[in-house]
Design a protein around this ligand. Structure first.
Ligand code: PBG
Length: 328
């Protein structure tokens, strides 16, 4: 053939492919979500998430040490509480001596340089399994936001660098910003789950926290997967309310949303490679359908290529190991 253009020339060798690669991923862009449980010496299996455990604070501290050694320095903490600590108002979320605040302090003391993100939502504390206060089958917005703002202060006092509202109530970013500022936490950041969709991919997370809704679903607050422009509206509002970073969640069925958001905001864009996305790769590898490492690498690069600056992923440690072994 008489071809002038032969795109394959640029793919000829590994060195050449590395030279023209358009997407880079740094270990510092990975965030490791961690599930906390009460007790000592606890490392509890989560059957739908092989390799991920609920850990008591002592075990979790070791895990943080392991992560730091691999270059992963940002953690997002979720507490798994026993039923006795759950009620319709999520009161335990405001206990400064609760599991999450005390663990935040422990990590902060032992690892002063890491970045600690704390999840702000009621679901770990709610006997209804919802992200807000429930009344007559409805999730109350404004009453919930009041609690979230107080929760954010508890987390900031305990040493969180960034609070991360994942609840999707209206107006919560502004209320949290105001509350933090009033208490003098002007440097505590807000990473908002701006475009969080009502998704089937959160199943394993809800197993991890035993936090599935006791009735109904989350569709009156989390977004409809058919909508894209609405994500930009949510991002815009969060920007106006003072968010420091915005997030799209889940990641894989929403790569277009990540790209849209990236094109519309000047804030760092995070994406959450959620529990179901993790569990599916694990299960697919176990079933012999895909190669786990290659699927992990391809997945995380695709999220980065779509525009994510920060990626929350349960693969943070194996990916950090892979990146260390593949310097390019
Ligand atoms: C709840 C919350 C959820 C996740 C993070 N925060 C689940 C939900 O909204 O039901 C999901 C994370 C994952 O699936 O990995 N506030």
């Amino acid at each position: 053939m008489k071809l002038i253009q032969r795109p394959r020339r640029n793919r000829k060798t590994e060195a050449l492919r590395q030279m023209v690669a358009e997407t880079d991923l740094r270990v510092s862009q990975l965030v490791l979500p961690l599930f906390l449980c009460e007790g000592k010496g606890q490392q509890q299996v989560i059957s739908s998430m092989p390799g991920i455990y609920r850990m008591s604070p002592d075990v979790l501290l070791q895990e943080v040490g392991k992560a730091v050694a691999l270059g992963v320095k940002t953690f997002d903490l979720f507490p798994a509480l026993s039923e006795v600590h759950k009620d319709p108002y999520g009161k335990e979320s405001l206990n400064p001596n609760g599991l999450l605040p005390t663990t935040l302090k422990m990590i902060r003391d032992k690892f002063p340089d890491v970045t600690l993100i704390s999840d702000v939502a009621l679901d770990p504390y709610s006997s209804d399994g919802h992200d807000g206060i429930v009344k007559n089958g409805k999730i109350l917005n404004d009453e919930t936001v009041e609690v979230l703002a107080k929760m954010a202060i508890v987390h900031a006092q305990a040493g969180a660098d960034i609070v991360s509202p994942s609840d999707m109530m209206d107006g919560r970013v502004g209320a949290i910003r105001e509350a933090l500022d009033q208490e003098g936490f002007i440097d505590t950041g807000i990473l908002s789950y701006s475009a969080k969709y009502a998704s089937s991919f959160y199943g394993p997370f809800r197993e991890a926290l035993d936090s599935a809704p006791k009735f109904g679903d989350k569709k009156t607050y989390q977004m409809d997967f058919r909508n894209a422009r609405e994500a930009l509206r949510e991002v815009e509002l969060d920007e106006l309310e003072g968010a420091d970073m915005v997030m799209v969640k889940p990641a894989l069925s929403y790569l277009d949303i990540i790209a849209d958001v990236k094109a519309h905001t000047h804030l760092p864009v995070a994406a959450y490679n959620v529990s179901g996305e993790y569990g599916l790769i694990k299960a697919g590898a176990k079933a012999g359908i895909i190669d786990e490492t290659r699927a992990m690498v391809e997945t995380l690069y695709s999220i980065r290529r779509a525009g994510a600056d920060v990626i929350f992923t349960y693969f943070a440690l194996p990916m950090a190991e892979w990146l260390a072994a593949h310097r390019n």
